[in-house]
Ligand binder design. Structure first.
Ligand code: CTP
Length: 404
């Protein structure tokens, strides 16, 4: 998650009764870390599960639990709180609270401010699977959705009561991602984005291989930013230790050839292709079937290399290629190599890493190379840079690709 991704956003975070309340401590921390201000409002039942003191300490603001709070001079907390908010998030949302929402009931502070709101409302259900499946709950959820309220989840899996099924609240990270996505302008709505990320691994024998220092962070950050911008995203990833961004489809591969094949199978269906992977240029022509052992005379092994396919160039050569974006990691002379590489690969846009190679680091400084010239972007962390790059790409994608 990026720093200050939610800077300037003010959220009312409403907790209702449910054991999942304990997870809202973590959600609050994530929201605050991302720069949001969070005003917590709790129902009576919620205070049975987590204390207002904990929520106050984490949010840095006094928590509201009652309609009759003497701190609010005009006694209009239900109006004031919702007017200040960019969105209200109810998490966990109990069966009872969803029922109240669907009927427009207003018998405590949280339900009243939901009815009185003039901002979007996001609801994150958490309940036992039978309660979730109950026809009354399903009716109420359908009504709430029909009223324009976003319902996030629920998840499926083991529940606090010992049963397993639908009704679990989404994990705090997933709720955070949904909120961040909610606030992202949908500049890639209706677009399909295919990306490669990470290194490739070219085996020498069953236990050894050649790889490189790409962490995959930039490609994953771009996949996340594209998804949040409303695109349908397929990420083809080499071996990396990163979680799949929320809402992104992911296919894992090892070798350059596998990455090439996966990309070529998918590319015709996509509007945009972003090749972020650090693809190995060479592989050995023959992978040893068994582990290569040291010999008695200590003879050094030797390998014959063959060239791997150039994935980006192959996509760019398609009869109706997606809008192709390349990346270039250079250890020097970026201004020369960047434009030369863009022309050689025949892509409209190539993003060059400026300065020392930034494998594994959290921030990056890049230059955009295109036919009209080169543009340097300010140094930023990879998540913020990813959002900027997605905006730059969205500006350049021809409208015609929409008719694919
Ligand atoms: N690329 C690719 N397939 C390859 C090699 C590179 O798709 N076999 C893509 C990368 O994903 C990146 C761009 O091409 O978008 C540039 O990669 P880079 O490694 O910088 O370029 P190379 O073509 O390998 O050139 P060189 O190693 O000579 O710098």
């Amino acid at each position: 998650m990026a720093t200050a991704e939610l800077a300037g956003k003010h959220l009312v975070l409403g907790l209702t009764g449910g054991v999942a309340c304990y997870k809202i401590a973590e959600l609050t921390r994530l929201l605050i870390k991302a720069g949001a201000t969070v005003q917590v409002v709790m129902t009576d039942a919620a205070t049975q599960f987590i204390t207002p003191v904990t929520m106050q300490a984490l949010s840095g603001r006094p928590v509201y639990t009652s309609q009759w709070d003497a701190r609010v001079p005009n006694n209009m907390a239900h109006i004031d709180l919702s007017r200040e908010a960019d969105a209200i998030v109810i998490a966990p949302a109990s069966t009872d609270f969803i029922a109240k929402l669907s009927h427009g009931m207003a018998d405590d502070l949280l339900s009243t401010l939901c009815v009185a709101r003039d901002c979007p409302l996001l609801v994150v259900p958490a309940m036992n699977r039978q309660m979730w499946q109950n026809p009354a709950t399903q009716r109420n959820v359908a009504q709430v959705r029909a009223d324009g309220i976003d319902v996030l989840g629920p998840d499926s899996g083991p529940q606090a009561c010992g049963e397993t099924g639908d009704g679990r609240m989404l994990e705090p990270e997933a709720i955070y991602e949904a909120i961040a996505s909610f606030f992202t302008p949908k500049i890639l709505s209706g677009r399909r984005v295919l990306l490669t990320a990470g290194p490739t691994f070219e085996p020498l024998d069953p236990v050894r291989g050649i790889t490189n220092r790409s962490s995959g962070k930039m490609g994953f950050a771009l996949a996340r930013a594209a998804q949040q911008a409303g695109a349908d995203v397929l990420l083809i990833a080499g071996p990396v230790a990163l979680d799949t961004p929320w809402g992104v489809y992911r296919e894992d591969v090892q070798t350059a050839q596998q990455m090439h094949d996966a990309v070529m199978r998918a590319a015709a269906d996509y509007d945009i292709f972003i090749g972020v992977a650090a693809v190995a240029d060479w592989r050995v022509d023959h992978v040893a079937e068994h582990k290569i052992k040291k010999t008695a005379d200590r003879a050094l092994p030797s390998f014959n290399f063959v060239e791997n396919p150039d994935i980006l160039a192959s996509v760019a050569k398609m009869p109706f290629p997606p809008y192709c974006v390349g990346f270039a990691a250079e250890s020097g002379d970026l201004d020369v190599h960047g434009e030369e590489k863009r022309v050689r690969k025949n892509v409209p846009l190539l993003i060059g890493n400026l300065g020392p190679l930034t494998f594994g680091q959290d921030d990056n400084e890049v230059v955009l190379f295109e036919a009209s010239g080169a543009t340097k972007l300010p140094r930023a962390d990879k998540q913020a840079l990813a959002r900027t790059l997605i905006a730059e790409i969205a500006k350049r994608v021809p409208n015609t690709s929409l008719i694919k």
